[in-house]
Design a protein around this ligand. Structure first.
Ligand SMILES: *Cc1c(COP(=O)(O)O)cnc(C)c1O
Length: 356
């Protein structure tokens, strides 16, 4: 018997989505870093991405990269390294994204001890205000980086549409290319990777506006959920249902839609609001905020809605469903990025795979 709640992952769909995006990008001379953090680098899903043709495995956490050390695909650390993890970094990671010279100096020392060369991509701040060196400071950093014996400057990168919501454009990506040109000329070095962002940069390829010279993207959501993230559009031909959450009904009753009594705070310190819709049929599922983000669940049954959640309970309005649900029935949901992240991270949610 299956155990619930669980996420069912269709490995074939993940592989097909990867293939589609690898082909789309490679026909524009871009390589793909397959971003594995949203599913905690679950090895079987990583394998599907590798089969689909990604050129690098990229994650924000070294703990995740450890799980896939055996794959002969270069590993990339996406989050700026912590000084406290540098020994693991130089052992397990081929390329890291960096913006702090102090950290890069420490990586140089650690790599030297292992007699290894560690590759770095310098992140440039181009408006989104998460990580990155300000363009006017880039040369000072490169001046020092090129003198470090155990560091190889592999390229430049930018991250957009993460904190500030800034959309990639010919403008900001053009600036990245200009900076790369200046560095190549002044220092006489080749930059093998110019990484032009994440799933929000894909629309530029579709519109034929990806600046020539951008030769890499780091893709997570587009592969996993078949969605670009600049405008939230579907990636044509990609599946959006590679991941399905299933949870079990533990209570089914008709109840008023407004609580009775004085309204204080809910379990999370918020004051809840209710609309009186009369008595409605409700289902409680055995899954909660500890495992999922209720706002990121899309019920497969189009006539039911999520009305609330506490730590361990998800409350659904099933009044209008055409299905006659019973206790013990399983409801299925497609997942948005935040809900996928939480579900894959939760130890309380089983992970099962469909192979084909
Ligand atoms: C998470 C992450 C990505 C992937 O973003 P998606 O929107 O899932 O494609 C790319 N680059 C960096 C630096 C990240 O942290």
């Amino acid at each position: 018997m299956n155990r619930y709640p669980r996420v069912v992952i269709d490995l074939h769909k993940v592989e097909m989505n990867t293939k589609l995006l690898v082909e789309k990008c490679s026909s524009n001379n871009l390589s793909i870093m397959g971003v594995t953090k949203a599913f905690c680098a679950e090895p079987r899903v990583v394998e599907a991405m590798v089969k689909g043709g990604i050129s690098y495995i990229a994650d924000s956490r070294i703990d995740n990269i450890k799980k896939v050390a055996e794959y002969q695909v270069p590993k990339v650390l996406l989050r700026l390294p912590m000084k406290s993890e540098i020994d693991d970094l130089v052992r397990l990671v081929d390329i890291s994204l960096n913006s702090e010279i102090e950290t890069i100096r420490a990586i140089d020392v650690a790599a030297g001890k292992l007699e290894r060369i560690h590759k770095i991509i310098l992140m440039v701040e181009l408006g989104d205000l998460r990580e990155g060196i300000l363009p006017e400071d880039l040369r000072t950093v490169v001046d020092e980086v090129v003198k470090l014996d155990n560091i190889s400057l592999a390229g430049l990168g930018v991250n957009l549409t993460c904190y500030g919501g800034v959309i990639p454009s010919e403008g900001n990506l053009g600036e990245l290319l200009n900076l790369a040109e200046v560095i190549k000329k002044e220092y006489g070095i080749n930059l093998e990777i110019i990484s032009g962002g994440n799933s929000s940069s894909l629309y530029l390829i579709d519109e034929g506006r990806m600046p020539e010279g951008i030769n890499n993207l780091r893709l997570g959501e587009a592969i996993l959920l078949g969605r670009e993230t600049a405008y939230g559009e579907r990636v044509e031909g990609a599946s959006s249902d590679s991941y399905v959450l299933e949870a079990e009904i533990i209570e089914l009753k008709s109840k008023p839609s407004i609580p009775t009594g004085e309204i204080g705070m809910d379990a999370f310190g918020n004051k809840p609001q209710f609309e009186d819709r009369g008595v409605r049929r409700r289902a409680i599922l055995a899954v909660g905020r500890q495992d999922i983000d209720p706002d990121g669940l899309i019920p497969r049954d189009p006539n039911i809605t999520v009305i609330g959640a506490s730590s361990d309970h998800l409350i659904m309005d099933v009044e209008e469903s055409e299905n006659n649900y019973e206790i013990g029935d399983i409801l299925s949901f497609d997942l948005e990025y935040g809900a996928l992240l939480k579900a894959m991270t939760s130890n309380y949610i089983g992970k099962d795979f469909i192979e084909k």
